[in-house]
Design a protein around this ligand. Structure first.
Ligand SMILES: Nc1ncnc2c1ncn2[C@@H]1O[C@H](COP(=O)(O)OP(=O)(O)OP(=O)(O)O)[C@@H](O)[C@H]1O
Ligand SMILES: [Mg+2]
Length: 253
């Protein structure tokens, strides 16, 4: 049975796209069949894996019902992806009909049996795209930078997830908070860790044992559209992401 994981935080630049990409490649390295979905009009995930987004079918056409999810999947050399592009930014105004929260869930029904993991990257906002991601997902992972501003907005995120749980997806679970761009030596990082643990308790979840350290190789690999694990296998952030994959598998995600 395929598992669908949503990587989310409405705060920008906290490592959602990087985590989706690293987890997708990490699970794939472990031999699982993985599909990643770019649900962000910025298209950063699509870029990172070298997907074509100008002429191809994207998640927009899938949500609109113009094509099937299967038709929009691109089999790039590093991973299977349903890409996105900027046209997706209009959906909040365009999709106003009843049931619009379930568009992604319905679209993925036919591809779920082909993959072990489907991982969804969400935009830095709490809009209909994010709600579609929550509605189809089994688990949520919240990446959070170890700085004081990333703690803001967590309450709204929780309220949105809670609404989705009540109306659209009663079985959704917040698996945990992942600290990203972590600097062990910074006093602030340790303070944030304490605060993140407090927030996690309020959200009925936990902070993952693994923290992702800061490293420039992450950005380099994404810019060069390469597989992170081949690009810099001994890099600190890369080994952290690999450890994170092990942690998730150990808790049975
Ligand atoms: N562990 C890390 N070390 C160094 N740089 C990182 C790390 N993780 C992510 N980055 C870089 O930080 C930037 C933001 O990361 P990313 O795009 O993953 O965040 P995001 O939450 O998806 O942002 P957005 O909200 O805009 O979609 C990127 O340039 C990425 O390469
Ligand atoms: Mg992103």
């Amino acid at each position: 049975m395929s598992k669908t994981i949503c990587i989310t935080n409405q705060k920008g630049g906290v490592g959602k796209t990087t985590t989706t990409y690293a987890l997708g490649l990490g699970f794939r390295t472990k031999g699982f069949k993985v599909l990643i979905i770019d649900l962000d009009p910025q298209g950063n995930l699509s870029f990172s894996v070298g997907a074509e987004t100008d002429e191809s079918l994207t998640i927009y056409e899938v949500l609109k019902g113009d094509c099937s999810a299967e038709e929009a999947i691109q089999h790039t050399p590093i991973i299977d992806i349903i890409p996105s592009n900027i046209i997706l930014s209009g959906v909040d105004l365009e999709f106003t009909h009843t049931g619009r929260e379930f568009l992604l869930k319905e679209a993925l029904l036919n591809v779920q049996n082909k993959y072990d993991y489907i991982i969804i990257d969400t935009p830095p906002s709490l809009n209909i795209l994010t709600i579609n991601a929550f509605t189809v997902s089994d688990k949520i992972i919240i990446p959070m930078i170890a700085d004081i501003f990333s703690l803001q907005g967590i309450t709204q995120l929780y309220e949105t997830i809670d609404k989705v749980r009540r109306y659209c997806n009663p079985s959704i679970i917040i698996e945990g908070i992942l600290l990203t761009r972590y600097n062990k030596r910074a006093i602030l990082s340790n303070e944030i860790k304490g605060t993140a643990e407090m927030i996690a308790r309020e959200l009925n979840t936990m902070v993952f044992d693994t923290h992702i350290r800061s490293s420039i190789s992450i950005q380099e690999a994404q810019t060069k559209q390469e597989n992170l694990y081949y690009y810099a296998p001994r890099n600190s952030a890369v080994t952290d992401y690999m450890k994170f994959v092990e942690e998730l598998l150990a808790i049975g995600i």
